[in-house]
Design a protein around this ligand. Structure first.
Ligand code: AMP
Length: 215
């Protein structure tokens, strides 16, 4: 079964999915992470997707479908947290076409206002070696520019630069927000307030998942 974790860029979906996965029970599937891996390894998909991602636009639905099938795999018993997909209504319908194997049981919307989103995205720094995430003022590394966990160099994601952030937020408004309505219409929408510290939001998220008694 699939728990869709949705929300604007910078809402904390990836961080929360990592935390939930580390507590056991769920496997995180992130289409953004999968695409970044393709870009790093310069695969045919990576070569097609790199410039689109750097601009903050959406990669084609065809490529995403390939990635989705690869990442979900054949195990229908698994509990999967899906981060970054669907990003438009067509993708939500595609996901529904896999429901025999992977039914969506809830779509959790991590809701954060746009001022906070811009602050979070523009200050985000990622370790180029292990992928750990920091924020220049909210969760800084002990030594500026160096990862606490592995000593790797911290970098800003190309798509966290101002111009791309603007594009990503406007793509979210026009393409991804309708997905919330799509799930509301199916009775699967559930909002969680994404404001507050990582641990606060995590507690709210776990509370919601427990309250939903998913099966
Ligand atoms: P994320 O890490 O989820 O913010 O994704 C980073 C970038 O990967 C996005 O800005 C898009 O360019 C691309 N991407 C990730 N997931 C999707 C998707 N479901 N559909 C289209 N593009 C995607």
């Amino acid at each position: 079964m699939i728990v869709v974790l949705t929300g604007a860029p910078g809402a904390g979906k990836g961080t929360q999915a990592d935390l939930l996965a580390s507590q056991g029970g769920y496997r995180k599937v992130s289409t953004g992470d999968a695409l970044r891996k393709h870009v790093r390894t310069k695969s045919p998909i990576g070569l097609q997707a790199e410039a689109v991602m750097a601009r903050g636009e959406l990669v084609s639905d065809e490529i995403l479908f390939q990635i989705l099938r690869e990442e979900l795999g054949p195990d229908s018993q698994e509990k999967i947290l899906l981060d970054g997909y669907p990003r438009n209504v067509a993708q939500a319908q595609t996901l529904d076409s896999l429901k025999e194997m992977h039914p969506v049981v809830v779509a959790i919307h991590l809701d954060v206002d746009s001022v906070e989103l811009v602050t979070r995205l523009s200050g985000r720094r990622v370790c180029s070696s292990c992928g750990a995430t920091y924020h220049v003022s909210m969760t800084p590394s002990k030594i500026s520019g160096i990862c606490d966990k592995c000593g790797g160099a911290l970098q800003q994601r190309t798509d966290d630069r101002e111009e791309s952030v603007r594009t990503r937020l406007s793509v979210y408004e026009s393409m991804t927000k309708p997905v919330l309505e799509y799930y509301r219409g199916k009775g699967l929408y559930h909002r969680v307030d994404g404001k507050g510290s990582t641990q606060d939001v995590f507690r709210k998220l776990v509370g919601s998942l427990d309250g939903l008694s998913l099966s």
